[in-house]
Design a protein around this ligand. Structure first.
Ligand code: HEM
Length: 349
């Protein structure tokens, strides 16, 4: 994850020196490369990762159009749009299928794909290549768009709260010092975790989840006939004054340990709940912390004024017009300027 982050940040750094950057596509790129590396290791070529990434976003956008504008489906079929997207999907699957086959005959890697290939059911059987393909595609999709949206909203919220940014930086400094972040450090980030949870409350990437009732049921006064679609409106629960005081305001204190008991159960469910809840929550928090630890300590950042920031509920709650920000390299904290005959120099006391 660290290697992948270092590589992705080179491009981010180059762009941010030129002018304001839209953080949304950058966060997508960074998290996709990271999840791709965790899943498939460094042996999957960068151009293949890019092809898969493009296929996922293009096909997903098309699927949303098919759902929102179903009356266009006949047109998609005759105009060749459907076929074009099918082909794109097939190409991306083909690249991954070939990679999985190749890996079967190569020395073991240190990645999630290896774990999937080594996994055995209770009868000793392993997973077929097709199942591994489908599981890893699922992880790739579930593992980057969610975190990248969470990060984009988090940076947006933090841009209005320099006091929080300072405290997050202090926590990174005191927990990490100069060393890179690793998984065992995660529980030590008490304050930053509060900030992340509050951002996930205000902007839950999965703004709703749905289920189909397998049998007749009842919730309070509501009859739920078998076969109906039940929508759990996560965004609604997170913004309801019934469960939260001043629900629209950013207040990380809600998630301070002392206040935990005041929460209504299941009023905060960014990772879902029950047997089909998120299996990547810990990975996501690690990923967000890792990216924040580098971005916040390297840069000062400011929202470009005069832009409209709007949340658009697609499959994921995403910023409709992006979020443009200026990033400038910050001095190391505690650093100052040293006057010398040659001019000003940076010094770190
Ligand atoms: C901030 C980041 C994330 C959020 C907010 C999030 C949220 C969710 C939610 C709400 C669900 C439940 C969907 C439902 O009930 O229908 C879910 C499922 C899932 N998530 Fe995440 N997720 C995040 C990151 C990740 C990551 C990083 C991974 C993998 C590396 C991941 C893998 C999955 C998988 C595989 C499922 C399906 C589980 C199943 O159906 O049994 N998620 N996620």
């Amino acid at each position: 994850m660290q290697d992948s982050l270092a590589e992705s940040l080179r491009e981010f750094d180059r762009q941010s020196r030129i002018g304001p950057v839209d953080i949304y596509p950058h966060m997508m790129k960074i998290t996709f490369a990271m999840v791709g590396r965790s899943l498939f290791g460094a042996r999957l070529k960068e151009e293949d990762i890019e092809l898969i990434s493009l296929a996922i976003s293009t096909v997903q956008e098309f699927m949303v159009r098919q759902t929102i504008q179903p009356y266009l489906n006949p047109w998609f079929a005759v105009s060749g749009e459907l076929r074009r997207h099918e082909e794109m999907r097939a190409r991306a699957f083909g690249v991954l299928r070939d990679y999985i086959r190749r890996r079967r005959s190569e020395p073991p890697g240190n990645d999630l794909l290896q774990i999937l290939m080594d996994a055995r059911y209770s009868d000793g059987e392993g997973m077929s290549d097709e199942l591994i393909l489908s599981e890893s595609m699922q992880l790739l999709v579930a593992g980057h768009e969610t975190s990248s949206n969470a990060l984009s909203w988090l940076l947006y919220l933090l841009s209005a709260r320099p006091d929080c940014v300072d405290r997050v930086r202090q926590e990174f400094d005191s927990v990490l010092g100069e060393k890179p972040l690793s998984f065992s450090d995660v529980p030590k980030f008490e304050f930053t975790t509060q900030v992340i949870l509050e951002a996930l409350r205000l902007y839950p990437p999965f703004w709703m989840v749905d289920r189909i009732a397998l049998a007749d049921d009842r919730a309070g006064d509501l009859e739920i006939p078998r076969g109906s679609t039940v929508v759990v409106f996560i965004y609604g629960a997170h913004h309801s004054p019934q469960y939260w005081e001043n629900p629209e305001s950013f207040d990380h204190e809600r998630f301070a340990k002392v206040n935990e008991k005041r929460h209504t159960p299941f009023a905060h469910l960014p990772f879902g709940a029950g047997p089909r809840g998120c299996i990547g929550g810990n990975y996501a928090v690690l990923q967000i912390l890792m990216i924040l630890s580098v971005l916040l300590r390297k840069y000062d950042f400011r929202l470009v004024p005069g832009q409209t920031i709007e949340a658009r509920p697609m499959v994921i709650l995403r910023p409709e017009h992006g979020i443009r920000m200026n990033f400038t390299e910050s001095f190391p904290r505690g650093a100052g300027r040293l006057r010398t005959p040659e001019g000003d120099r940076l010094y770190v006391p």
